[in-house]
Ligand binder design. Structure first.
Ligand code: AMP
Ligand code: ZN
Length: 478
């Protein structure tokens, strides 16, 4: 079946036809790194990771680029407040980003370009825009002239006149049109800056995405994504400067935007201060549960952040994990009697139907919420059969395999449930540290008997010790 996705540009679901057959080139606007990512950012990350994984499942070779905005007003302000070099601050939060992304089972992008490492590419585009008469310099700043781009407003569906009438834009004598936006900003004292033909300065926000997406994906790439707040002005401006620079050639084939994660029906955002960082939520729920929750609603519908829904997500994920575990246990047992043919057939059919339903849901603009239903249905059939016949069968093996595979496409690893009790995990780690230091002391006194006793007792409860040159390591075998 063909894949349909909602293209913000045309306000409708369209059949997905990539630029190059068998390949997908996609770009999303990543975080501005001056803080830990919040769960709203997490929604964007998880949604596009789900989209990317499904495209991979469909057999596409996906190149996925997600930038880091590592220099901008907010980063500079935060750096000044904390007395830290803004670029050191942004580097710290890039590292923290990767920890949160991993916890949410978000795969690393093919490339994670940083704005500060692409200044020459941005300068080249800005220079090109000036040469084409689409941008102009005023005393060290460079602006894009929106009225020189005839299609300005095509993504957000607004005309320049409406924008000017509706926007409370500061009157700025330096701009030809109040909607003109900065491509290059003259450096203020103490700010990070780079040399340019217009003097020391730094790039505006929008130009970085044009420079980095064109560099890694080329003109007319397939999918450009981000949260709905980016449609205007960020993506509108990206289109104007990119298509202006490309002499009218299309910049992007499909524009995709996720709806907001809200808190008390208001967009969760750093600037409003009504946010929870992913890190905070991970103190109470595993990353996999947070992911399950974030995909439990279609990506274009708003989702309100709420503890109760997180707990329901936890129950939902546990139900799937239980179906898989029960199947694993049954498959480990030899069948005492020949399996009933009908039972086996039914499971084989259920597995096939689950795959069909799953694909139909995902092919319809990545409806992960509906895709969950196909997994639950399969899990339910498996449980019912296991109650009647808790032994190995080819049908059960197939159903188990399909459940595991499809959950994996959505980024869940049902075979290895993450512990939900973070506090208990920490306690266990502390106790293990004490035990390992007792064992180390025993070894130092050449009390091999005690050292082996500790190792063997731990092994009996499923904790395996390994002695390495850096000390003993422990893992739970499950
Ligand atoms: P920022 O760090 O604010 O530039 O945001 C990084 C990404 O997260 C962008 O793609 C935003 O559109 C997206 N985003 C920010 N807030 C939310 C939210 N409350 N819900 C969903 N996506 C969001
Ligand atoms: Zn962007």
């Amino acid at each position: 079946m063909s894949l349909k996705l909602f293209n913000t540009m045309n306000h409708q679901k369209e059949e997905f036809k990539p630029r190059d057959s068998g390949k997908v080139a996609m770009y999303t606007c990543g975080p501005t790194v001056y803080n830990y990512v919040h769960v709203g950012n997490g929604r964007m990350l998880v949604v596009f990771d789900m989209i990317r994984r499904y495209l991979m499942y469909k057999g596409y070779d996906v190149t996925f680029v997600q930038n880091f905005t590592d220099v901008d007003d907010k980063i500079i302000k935060r750096g000044l407040e904390e007395g830290v070099d803004p670029l050191v601050l942004s580097q710290k939060y890039i590292e923290e980003y990767f920890k949160d992304a991993r916890a949410l089972h978000v795969l690393p992008a093919t490339v994670h370009p940083k704005a500060t490492e692409h200044i020459p590419e941005m300068l080249e585009i800005i220079q090109g825009l000036i040469t084409k008469g689409l941008a102009y310099e005023v005393d060290g700043d460079v602006y894009f002239a929106v009225d020189k781009f005839p299609h300005y407003g095509k993504l957000s569906g607004r005309s320049l006149e409406d924008m000017q009438a509706g926007a409370r834009v500061d009157v700025d004598d330096r701009k030809n049109n109040p909607m003109d936006f900065a491509l290059w900003k003259k450096a203020k004292p103490g700010e990070p800056s780079w040399k340019s033909p217009w003097g020391e300065g730094r790039p505006g926000w929008h130009i970085e995405c044009t420079a980095m997406s064109l560099k890694y994906l080329g003109a007319g790439f397939d999918i450009h994504g981000g949260g709905g707040d980016l449609v205007f002005p960020h993506h509108e401006n990206e289109i104007a400067q990119s298509e202006g620079y490309l002499d009218g050639k299309p910049f992007v084939r499909y524009w995709m935007h996720n709806a907001f994660l809200t808190f008390n029906q208001q967009k969760m955002s750093k600037s409003l201060g009504n946010f929870f960082t992913v890190r905070e939520v991970l103190e109470h729920f595993s990353g996999e549960v947070v992911r399950f929750y974030l995909l439990s609603t279609h990506y274009r519908s708003p989702l309100d952040f709420d503890d109760e829904n997180l707990r329901m997500a936890q129950k939902g994920l546990e139900r799937l994990q239980t179906s898989l575990r029960l199947a694993n246990e049954a498959l480990a047992k030899n069948s005492p009697v020949a399996v009933k043919v009908e039972l086996n057939e039914e499971l084989l059919k259920a597995a096939e139907k689950a795959r069909q339903d799953f694909e139909a849901a995902m092919d319809d603009d990545f409806n992960s919420a509906l895709a969950y239903a196909s997994l639950f249905e399969l899990g339910k059939t498996m449980n019912a059969h296991l109650q009647a016949y808790p032994f190995a069968s080819t049908g059960l093996a197939k159903a188990r395999e399909v459940l595991l595979e499809l959950a994996g496409v959505l980024g869940f690893d049902l075979e290895h449930p993450e512990s939900q009790d973070v506090e208990q995990d920490e306690k266990l780690a502390e106790i293990m540290e004490i035990l390992l230091s007792v064992r180390l002391k025993a070894r130092q006194k050449k009390d091999w008997e005690m050292a082996d006793f500790i190792r063997d007792q731990l092994k009996d409860v499923g904790i395996v010790l390994e002695d390495t040159p850096q000390g003993a390591r422990w893992t739970i075998k499950g």
